[in-house]
Structure formats: C-alpha cells, structure tokens
Design a protein around this ligand. Structure first.
Ligand SMILES: C[S@@+](CC[C@H](N)C(=O)[O-])C[C@H]1O[C@@H](n2cnc3c(N)ncnc32)[C@H](O)[C@@H]1O
Length: 471
C-alpha cells in the first residue's frame, strides 16, 4: 500500500488490483475520460492532427469492442456475476458491441475495484458528462446498491460556444454513492439561502431550523441553507490562475466541495484518473492524505509541477512510482515509447512546460521562462526551450535546434539525448555561444546537449531559477 502523497504512473485497474488492499480508502473522487474521444485526444494529437501511438491511444483503443472489452465483459459476468453480471448483460443486449459498451465494461471492472478498496464509511464521486452518465449510474447502482446512491450532482457552468440547434450543453454530472449509507461520513456544507438575502439582517448566534442554517461571519450575518445538488462554479478559462494547460483540468473549487463534504482531516483520498491532480490539490489544501494514479507521463509531470507551485514547502515529500528509476529504464522507455519518454524528460527531468499541443512546435518539445528583472517597469522573462531525441541523432539535428532556438528567440536551449554527442556535435553546439543572466551570477552555454544518464547522477542542465512549476 502506498504512502501519503504518492503519484503512480500506470493503469489504475492493474494498480488497484495489485497494490490496494480491501477497505483502505476513505474517499474516491475521480473524473475518468468520458466516452468522447474529442476531449481526450486534443492535446495529444501531433501537428498534423494525427492520433499518437502512445499509451493514451492504447486505452482509447479499448473503447472499440475488441479483446480487452470482451475480457472485461467476461470478468464482470463470471467473476463478479450477480446483479452486476445481469446489468452488464442487459446493457450489452441493448448497446451491442459498440464503443459505448466497450467504454462501460472498462469502467465497470474499475468501479468494482473502487468499491472493494473503499472503507465501509467511504464514498465515491464519479464525474461524467451526459453522454454516458445514465449508463454509468446503472452500473454504479448494481455495484454499490441503489440504496447507497446519494446524489446526482449537476455542475453548471458557462463557456463560449457557437450557435446550435439544441440548448447549450453547460453541465457535467457527478454521481455520488456511498459504500454504506448508514455508516458513511458526510459533513453538511451550506450556501446562501438566496442571492437577495445574502447580506440582510444581523443575528448573533448560529441556529438551525427547518433545514436553514444561519451563521455569523465576523459581524456580518448571512442566512445559509444546506447545499443543493446543483453547483454553479465557473469553468476554468484560459486565463485562470490555477490553469496548467491540462486539457481536462477541473476547477479546484469543485473538488474542494467534494473533499470537504465526504472526508475529514487526515483521511486518505484516491483519484485513480488523476489528470493534472485537481482532486489531489483539493485534498492537500484541506489536510487530507492522497494518492493519484494516471496512465500518462504528461499527467504525472503536470501534478508534480502543480504541487510544487501550490505547496512548495512539501515539494520533497511526493513519491512517484511507475516512471524510470534508473538509466536502463529510461532507455527502455525511449526505445519502446518515444512520446512518453519525451513527456517524462520535459515535465519531470527538466520541469519545463510541455508543448503537448504539438501545434507547429518547430522542433520545440518544452519551454521554461525565468525572470530577468524589469524592462520599462514591467516584469521581463528569459526563455529556455528543449528538444528531446530518444533515438539516434546527427550533427544536422543540433544545427536545426540552434535555428529553432533563434526562431523562437530563446536564450537557452537544452537538447536531451540518450547517447553521448561526438566532438563535432559539441563544436556545433558551442557555436550558439554563452548566455549571461543579467543579475544572477550565472553563465552557461546557450545550447546544452544533456545526456539523460546525467539525471541519474544528479547532474542537471545549467538553468536559472524560474517559473518552471507553471505548465
Ligand atoms: C478527464 S482526465 C482527468 C482530469 C482531472 N480531473 C484534472 O482536473 O486534471 C482523465 C485522466 O484519466 C487518465 N486515464 C485514462 N485511462 C486511464 C487508466 N486506465 N488508468 C489511469 N489513468 C487513466 C488520462 O490520462 C487522463 O489524464
């Protein structure tokens, strides 16, 4: 069983089965990929709009009915059986071997595991969108028992859209089930009784009557009532402070409500589809313990950086597993899955912002900005860029990278490699000259060829401090 503040890179089904004993988790709050490939694929497409051939694709592939879906179906029918088996069989008769059915069986086997590892006092919050929420609720009822179903929470938001021939789709669904409704932990949260009465009246004590809670806030009394299951919380816009450019990132406010309602300080919270870690940040902020699992290196790197930014005092306490732990594993990753190797180098080794969108990247895989003082009263930043080469490379690659650095006006460039450069390559790199930081005592080659072996010897490229933590 993992410790507090652990990030696991891997498939959550395998992980839950192998490393999580029965009844060890207080709360699972998770946001799996919906069955809408569009959302899921956008950041991972390359500059030509092609789907990548990484682990991400491997999971999405399972949404087509194939061997993996057939195996999951078999497991649900034979090993789990009972109501769950009947429900899954019924759904298959209706949906046939469609991508939706493949998605549902893959979620089904995972929901069974989530139920097993939750404590009897625990709860599950499953974030879905309306394309699959009605099917997922049926599965949830079969696994958790309909009597333990507590809420269908509607998260309503506004965002920009074009004109459509239907009402604008502006909500997600969060299904909330307890393992046992009689034992479950629940803290009542409140909201203003109504917008109009928000600041009216002055009462000195907190009382509860007819489900309306009245509380005193530093002299200002607001009438509060127990919170409804419709939550209006703004969608993260591209300028939001907490934004880390992870495509499916959710607002921390949303997950703080869940954590506050269904757990207490010191409880252990799991997000098995953690993305950039919104649940985990909410847990940390409210003094809960947490474990996050995600399939991609990009997500794990994003959580690491987000955590360092928000909780710098605990930065050295995060444990990461499932990523290369020695040079052999790093080289193996480079050989078998170059895209993941690149994401790991950019987000974890260098702690740069990943150019995950792959839109006209011009040979730049990641960037990093660092402060260089003020220019005409405004904060100014220098720029470092990175390119990762997991396989063979020639002197021409170094030359091209130097050109790419010039094109994007980068001050520094890190060329990450798995094999040592030749003397000719070193000479080519040296042509880029030397960078001198305006106020730090720092001087470094503008173009540095960085061997990934060095990372495991604790040697890092020479870079100034900066906002590396911001993706
Ligand atoms: C919708 S996103 C989660 C977003 C998250 N709530 C946030 O705020 O960043 C779903 C995540 O599930 C991950 N994922 C998909 N299949 C997985 C699997 N089998 N095991 C672990 N993670 C998986 C994806 O990599 C993706 O990061």
């Amino acid at each position: 069983m993992y410790e507090n503040r652990t990030l696991v890179r891997g498939d959550n089904l395998e992980e839950m089965r192998k490393n999580f004993p029965d009844e060890c988790i207080d709360l699972i709050a998770t946001d799996p990929p919906f069955n809408s490939k569009r959302d899921y694929f956008v950041p991972f497409r390359d500059e030509h709009g092609r789907e990548p051939d990484t682990l991400v694709r491997a999971f999405t592939d399972t949404w087509r009915w194939g061997d993996a879906a057939e195996d999951a179906y078999e497991e649900l029918m034979v090993e789990v059986g009972g109501k769950v088996g009947d429900t899954i069989q019924g759904l298959r008769q209706f949906l046939n071997e469609t991508p939706m059915m493949a998605y549902l069986v893959m979620m089904g086997v995972r929901i069974v595991e989530m139920h097993r590892i939750l404590k009897n006092t625990g709860s599950l919050y499953l974030h879905c969108d309306p394309t699959a929420s009605h099917y997922l609720k049926i599965i949830l009822d079969a696994v958790f028992d309909a009597r333990n179903f507590m809420n269908e929470i509607v998260w309503a938001y506004h965002r920009w859209t074009g004109a459509t021939k239907h009402f604008q789709r502006m909500h997600d669904i969060i299904l909330f089930s307890t393992k046992d409704r009689n034992l479950s932990e629940f803290n009542i949260l409140t909201e203003p009784y109504s917008e109009k009465s928000k600041h009216k009246g002055k009462r000195k004590t907190a009382v509860q009557s007819n489900g309306i809670l009245e509380q005193t806030y530093t002299g200002d009394t607001r009438r509060e009532k127990a919170m409804r299951d419709v939550w209006e919380i703004s969608y993260l816009n591209s300028q939001a402070k907490e934004r880390v450019s992870y495509p499916t990132q959710k607002p921390i406010e949303l997950y703080k409500r869940i954590v506050a309602a269904s757990s207490n300080a010191g409880d252990l919270i799991l997000d098995p589809f953690c993305g950039c870690g919104t649940t985990l940040m909410a847990a940390e902020e409210l003094n809960r313990e947490w474990i996050g699992i995600d399939l991609t290196y990009l997500a794990i790197g994003a959580v690491e950086q987000q955590f360092e930014r928000l909780f710098p005092q605990h930065r050295d306490t995060v444990n990461i597993t499932g990523t290369p732990e020695n040079v052999e594993q790093a080289l193996e990753l480079a050989r078998t899955d170059p895209r993941s190797f690149e994401e790991w180098c950019v987000t974890h080794v260098l702690k740069f912002k990943s150019n995950a969108k792959r839109v006209a990247d011009g040979g730049i895989d990641g960037t990093f900005r660092f402060p260089i003082g003020r220019v005409r009263g405004r904060r100014a930043y220098g720029k470092a860029v990175a390119q990762v080469k997991g396989g063979n490379y020639t002197i021409g690659y170094i030359r091209d990278f130097r050109t790419a650095m010039q094109n994007v006006e980068a001050d520094l460039g890190i060329f990450v490699v798995t094999t040592p450069p030749t003397d000719g390559m070193r000479t080519e790199a040296a042509r880029a000259g030397t960078y001198r930081h305006p106020f730090l005592e720092m001087e470094a080659p503008r173009l540095q060829i960085y061997e990934v072996h060095d990372y495991f010897r604790d040697i890092l490229p020479r870079l100034p401090f900066g906002e590396r933590a911001v993706l």
